[in-house]
Design a protein around this ligand. Structure first.
Ligand code: PEP
Ligand code: MN
Length: 343
């Protein structure tokens, strides 16, 4: 929508209309008591070119107000209200399909990874998670096992048949990560690492894109757009808690993001209750709430011996409790009309 200045002349208005037509959109002129407003109507692609013809600086133009969202491929309109359903090694995510993704925060040892993988496999999860490259606040904290961690994930995949979700922090590690990852996780701290997003887009591998700690939903969707724009349609959005003034828990799990993202976008929405909670006792209740709110999946941390975990132990579910937890999440997902996705 182009709002003209009160002082705009007829020639200036005509010049704007002419430019809109040349960009392939249809101008709609409405003359108010004091100002003229011109709507530029076209499909999403054409509107983008309206934006790019530089009406903002044109004589007589007061301001240009975009009516459509700044993201296109991620928007609900792009798929005319149809939901995207991903198929990851036979596990569906999105639409009516709910995926429970579970595993340790970090790959620490062969015993820890394989023990956890067995437990979550037996509980019927859709995918196994585990980080080999870890984004740590302190450079002195354990940074992950790197390539050795990837090798252990490959062994867990071989043993359980579960697809692997693991984080890529640096585009230079793309090749080894692609060898084992069925889903590449983009951590909250990398949500706006645009070259990394583009690289994942070009790889074509499904991505789990975590919301940044202070990112708006529009910023999350713009980040998703970077992956989609490279021709990779396999993106899951992940709400994992945002920074607010509240200090009683690690960060605030924004569950309203679930229905709102599903209004704004066709992409599946996953919730990570572990990183928001920061402590085990909150993970169960928030998982049930997320599933009941219509999330398309949950990614959760589990550990056979959280007291000895090298990262995020306090928020890890106990492996011994995991089967009961998974059954409760499945019941909540059913309440929201979902079917559990497993092999
Ligand atoms: C994780 O999944 O272990 C992790 C580091 O998540 P986030 O990027 O959301 O903090
Ligand atoms: Mn973690």
């Amino acid at each position: 929508m182009i709002v003209m200045k009160e002082t705009a002349t007829e020639e200036e208005i005509e010049a704007v209309i002419d430019k809109i037509e040349r960009a392939g959109a249809v101008p709609h002129r409405s003359r108010g008591a004091r100002v003229t407003v011109i709507g530029a109507i076209g499909d999403v692609e054409q509107d983008a070119s309206v934006e790019s013809i530089g009406l903002e600086g044109q004589p007589g133009v007061d301001r240009v107000v975009p009516i459509l969202k700044p993201y296109k491929l991620a928007s609900s309109q792009f798929r005319h209200g149809e939901r995207t359903v991903l198929d990851i090694g036979g596990r569906k995510v999105g639409g009516e399909h709910f995926a429970l993704i579970a595993g340790p925060c970090t790959v620490e040892s062969r015993e820890q990874v394989l023990a956890t993988a067995d437990v979550v496999k037996d509980a019927g999860v859709a995918m196994f998670r585990g980080g080999a490259y870890k984004p740590r606040t302190s450079p002195y904290a354990f940074q992950g096992l790197g390539q050795e961690g990837l090798r252990l994930l490959a062994e867990a995949k071989e043993r359980t048949g579960l697809p692997i979700v693991t984080e890529l922090m640096d585009a230079r590690d793309l090749e080894p990560v692609l060898e084992v990852a069925d889903v590449i996780q983009v951590g909250a701290r990398n949500m706006q690492n645009f070259p990394l997003l583009a690289e994942i887009g070009r790889s074509g591998r499904p991505a789990l894109l975590k919301r940044g700690l202070s990112a708006t939903l529009d910023e999350l969707l713009m980040a998703a757009e970077y992956i989609l724009k490279e021709g990779n349609p396999n993106v899951m959005l992940c709400e994992r808690g945002i920074k607010t003034f509240e200090t009683s828990y690690r960060v605030t799990l924004d569950l309203q993001a679930v229905p709102v993202l599903k209004e704004l976008s066709h992409l599946p929405v996953i919730v990570d209750p572990s990183h928001a909670a920061g402590r085990r006792s909150l993970v169960g209740p928030m998982s049930l709430a997320a599933a009941a709110a219509g999330a398309d999946g949950i990614i959760v941390e589990v550990h056979p011996n959280p007291d000895e975990a090298l990262c995020d132990g306090p928020q890890a579910l106990l492996a011994d409790d995991f089967a009961d937890y998974a059954a409760a999440v499945e019941r909540a997902a059913m309440l929201a009309g979902k079917v559990f996705s497993n092999a």
